[in-house]
Design a protein around this ligand. Structure first.
Ligand SMILES: Nc1ncnc2c1ncn2[C@@H]1O[C@H](COP(=O)(O)OP(=O)(O)OP(=O)(O)O)[C@@H](O)[C@H]1O
Ligand SMILES: N[C@@H](CCO)C(=O)O
Length: 358
């Protein structure tokens, strides 16, 4: 018996300025897992891995050479094992092979970890034939990546607003367990059933998005981990700063739907006082770029922000994409930061699984 399927999960950009941990947009750049399970042939083949899963990683992928390829260490397969073990399935089926193609740069603010976690949950659901809905799969994702913005956009697609529902003290405790108790370790299977995610934790809506608005991602060639980029944020904010963000958030979600796109509305509505000002110490040139690349200096630019936890810059625009990208690249160059850039559409469908014929 043999099965094969393809899992595709989009990159994402979180926050979009004022929507820290709230807004996310799926982007047309896809992590792909091509999975085959051939139980007839090769017990011998995949038993080389203690969890029965052989991983290969295409050479032109982001992270090639650095991403671990043993199933007990790789974020995607560890996540899948978490989902399987919650249903008391200890390993992948014999003969499982996963080929990964990953064009999403790692640790740059384009939701690489969110995509990996979503792909891992979908992988566990498929190989275990568990039949979870996307809403339930989101619960598993949220046990691993604990803010919902990237995860929701990657799973559901489009431009999303999300939050987590109120939880009981017992649910809070379960969700706050150290990741080491959620994800399996790289050693021998201990037989422990990991903590099940509380039910129906995520709430989201999908907003419209004017298709004339394109996403330009300017990607510096250095990594910034989300954990480091969150560690510089304050624990408390002034009412003034929170109101500043809430006002912009309320306007932005509608402004991005309007036609024609209005830079006088979008540009100021993408400003932020909750995370970007604190992250400038980690990203050379950030303040200069956010303050001085504007719709007045660059025709076609609609708004600009840090993508996720950075260091990528997300510029929204409806024309002159290359000029806008070059302007930002030049400003990074002055700080000795080299960049690449991509022009991306919104990914409307989110994560998908396609059965392949074998
Ligand atoms: N395809 C992948 N396979 C295995 N591990 C991955 C993969 N993609 C990401 N990761 C893991 O996630 C880490 C990056 O996650 P991190 O949250 O720091 O950044 P990000 O998700 O790219 O950015 P952001 O959350 O700001 O959008 C990588 O260093 C790697 O450990
Ligand atoms: N909202 C998150 C996105 C990155 O995962 C942050 O800005 O830290």
């Amino acid at each position: 018996m043999s099965r094969s399927f393809l899992i595709k999960v989009p990159a994402s950009s979180a926050n979009i300025g004022p929507g820290y941990d709230v807004l996310g947009v799926g982007l047309g750049l896809f992590l792909e897992l091509e999975v085959t399970i051939d139980s007839s042939s090769s017990a011998t083949d995949t038993s080389a891995d203690s969890n029965n899963c052989l991983i290969s990683y295409s050479e032109d992928s982001e992270g090639f050479g650095n991403v671990p390829l043993s199933s007990g260490d790789n974020l995607i397969t560890k996540t899948a094992l978490y989902v399987l073990r919650c249903s008391n399935i200890r390993k992948f089926p014999l003969g499982t092979k996963v080929h990964i193609r990953n064009p999403i740069p790692l640790g740059r603010g384009l939701g690489s970890s969110g995509a990996a976690v979503v792909a891992g949950v979908m992988l566990g659901n498929e190989v275990g034939q568990l039949g979870f809905s996307k809403q339930r799969m989101l619960d598993f994702c949220l046990m691993i990546e604990r803010h919902p913005d990237n995860i929701t956009a990657a799973m559901m697609g489009s431009f999303c607003g999300s939050f987590l529902r109120d939880m009981t003290p017992e649910e809070v405790e379960r969700r706050s367990m150290p990741l080491s108790k959620v994800l399996p370790g790289s050693g021998e299977d201990t037989g422990i059933v990991p903590p099940l995610p509380p039910n129906d934790t995520g709430r989201h809506v999908k907003y419209n998005w004017n298709p004339k608005i394109k996403c330009i991602a300017i990607i510096p060639q250095f990594e910034l981990s989300t954990a480091d980029s969150r560690s510089v944020l304050p624990k408390a904010y002034t009412t003034e700063d929170l109101v500043f963000n809430l006002q912009r958030l309320a306007v932005l979600t509608n402004a991005l739907t309007l036609d024609p796109p209005n830079p006088d509305l979008i540009y100021p509505a993408m400003q932020d006082r909750v995370h970007q000002p604190y992250r400038k110490i980690l990203i050379p040139g950030l303040t200069e770029i956010l303050q001085n690349v504007t719709p007045k200096t660059n025709k076609g630019l609609l708004g600009i922000c840090l993508s996720g936890a950075g260091p990528t810059i997300l510029a929204l625009a409806n024309e002159n994409f290359e000029d806008i990208a070059n302007e930002i690249i030049n400003k990074f160059n002055k700080e000795n930061v080299k960049c690449t850039w991509k022009l991306l559409d919104v990914a409307h469908d989110g994560a998908t699984v396609e059965q392949l014929s074998v």
